[in-house]
Each structure stands twice: as C-alpha cells, then as structure tokens.
Design a protein around this ligand. Structure first.
Ligand SMILES: [Zn+2]
Ligand SMILES: [Zn+2]
Length: 250
C-alpha cells in the first residue's frame, strides 16, 4: 500500500499545501481519503485526473469535501466524458449538501458522476482495501478511517477532538495520520480538534508504528506542533505531514 499526502493544510489551503486529501494505492486501485479545498490541483501531480477509483469523505466540512464539485466537472465534461461513476463513501447528507455547494438541483445532483454510499460505523471493502469507519469527536457527523491491505494498516483521524474510537481505529497501525490543529493553551475547545501532544497520546495508546501530524493550520507554528507532540508519550517516529510526501507500506 502506498500513501501519498496530497493535502494536509488544516481548515483551509495554505501556501504549501491544499486542504485534506490523501491518496492510497494498492494493486492499481486508487482511493482518496477526503478531497478538500484545492486538493484537485495537487492531485494531478501524482495521478491522472481520471484514474481515481473511489473516494471516502470523512465529513462534510469544506476543507474535506468541496473539491468534489470540481471533480464532477472533470468526470462529466472531460475529453472522453462521461467517465464511469465512482463510489463516494460519505455521510448520508452528502448528495444534497454537495449538490447545493455546486449550485445544482438535488435531482440528479452529482449522482451522474458519483455513486454516493452513506457511511455508518463499521467495516466495508473498497477495491483491494478493507476499510473501517468509526465516529470521531467533531461537531458534525465525522469519521476516522482504518485502511488495511496486505497485512499493513493506515489510520486517518479525520477531524477530531480527543476520542477513544480513534485509538481503536489506529490499533497497531503502521502509519497514523493524525490531526494536530491546535497548539497547547488555556482555552482549548473540547470536541473539535487536537494538539500535537494529544495526537501523540492517541498514537501511544494505539501502539501505532509511525505518527504523521496533519491538518496543520497555516497560522500555527508547525515546529511548535511537532515539538509538543515530541514531548508526549509516543516513542515511535513523529513527523509533520507535507504535501507530496509518500509512505510505502509494504
Ligand atoms: Zn478540517
Ligand atoms: Zn471539520
């Protein structure tokens, strides 16, 4: 399984990265975890625009899903259109919400390009991957994902505050992509996002192999986020996500 960080900027695109988008590949199958603001552009550095086989959307905040609108244009009007519909696993409200974001009537909405499949907690198969979705701690319906293939596992937090379910999703994962949107301070908002320290605590509890801090907010000092994570209980390697970074989990 190969994991490419397409976008890792938190809540909005930054100067060096789009918002959330991760490309997971195995056996020629290409799965996207999130397709946030700006990520459709950077995605084209890594794969052909038409080669996406499936998409999982962690939740319906703009920085995780909004480039679905642009991608509908690609698959509906591209040179060899129409391209086959691809599955989009997302919260049940996605068809209505994303059609509204595009400015399209609910019928047919974006269904001409995408086959929306409502997420619920549990395990399902996407191409060669076994995916587990778990509800995480965010103000809207939001999922974290565990993606396994060939005995190796990726865990992705999506957006979440401290969350026992995330520890389960990341149990023994080779690579944990965990959000670290906040820096430590007296007024941390609960149930929204985590700091580097909290991300490291979750990775330690899950006994993950490697921690990559993501959803990095441009106004934060990312060196401080890394430092706060490094002071925590996690003994494995920790690094900051970077658009274009590739992890080979084989
Ligand atoms: Zn976000
Ligand atoms: Zn969010």
């Amino acid at each position: 399984m190969k994991v490419t960080i397409v976008g890792c900027s938190g809540s909005f695109p930054g100067p060096d990265s789009p918002a959330s988008c991760y490309l997971v590949e195995a056996e020629g199958f290409r799965l996207l975890l999130d397709l946030g603001s700006g990520s459709l552009g950077a995605l084209q550095r890594h794969i052909d625009l038409y080669d996406v086989d499936a998409i999982c959307l962690s939740h319906l905040h703009a920085d995780h899903c909004l480039d679905i609108c642009g991608y509908h244009v690609v698959r509906t009007y591209g040179p060899a259109a129409p391209y086959p519909r691809i599955p989009v696993y997302a919260p049940a409200d996605a068809p209505r919400r994303l059609a509204a974001a595009y400015g399209m009537p609910e019928e047919p909405g974006l269904e001409t390009a995408f086959e929306f499949r409502p997420l619920s907690p549990g395990r399902f198969t996407v191409g060669p991957f076994e995916v587990t979705a778990g509800l995480v701690n965010h103000p809207v319906e939001a999922y974290g994902f565990r993606v396994s293939h060939g005995g190796r596992t990726l865990a992705y937090s999506g957006d979440t505050g401290e969350c026992a379910e995330l520890v389960k999703l990341a149990d023994g994962a080779d690579l944990m992509l965990c959000e670290a949107s906040f820096v430590e301070g007296p007024d941390l908002i609960p149930g929204l996002h985590m700091t580097g320290r909290q991300a490291a605590e979750h990775a330690a509890k899950a006994k993950a192999g490697r921690l990559v801090l993501t959803h990095l907010v441009p106004w934060n000092d990312s060196a401080r986020v890394l430092e706060e994570a490094s002071c925590g209980a996690f003994g494995g390697p920790i690094e900051l996500a970077r658009s274009g970074a590739v992890y080979d989990l084989t």
